[in-house]
Design a protein. Structure first.
Length: 95
């Protein structure tokens, strides 16, 4: 590990690897989310996005009501579709 920190040429390689790994993990979670996202009209499912970022990736949903379906409201229980997708992806990584 000290080589990665102290060696100026190794550090960018390690950071690139970490960013790539993070982006690929976000893609995997996005694919897993396709199996757990509730579908009524299909708009929520179609709003899944993964964007590369400076620090790795941003993954989520663009539908304005996505948070209400995920976490629920005082009148509706949450469906936790994204949480289930993340948990499934993490358990697959451990194999």
């Amino acid at each position: 590990m000290s080589r990665v920190i102290n060696n100026g040429t190794a550090e960018p390689k390690a950071l690139k690897w970490l960013k790539d790994w993070t982006f690929n993990a976000a893609l995997g979670i996005n694919d897993e989310a396709a199996t757990t996202t509730p579908v009524d009209t299909g708009a929520l499912l179609d709003s899944r996005v993964v964007e590369p970022r400076e620090d790795g990736a941003k993954m989520g949903y663009t539908a304005l009501y996505a948070n209400y379906v995920e976490f629920g409201t005082r009148k509706m229980s949450g469906q936790f579709y994204l949480r289930r997708a993340i948990d499934r992806h993490i358990s697959k990584m451990g194999r």
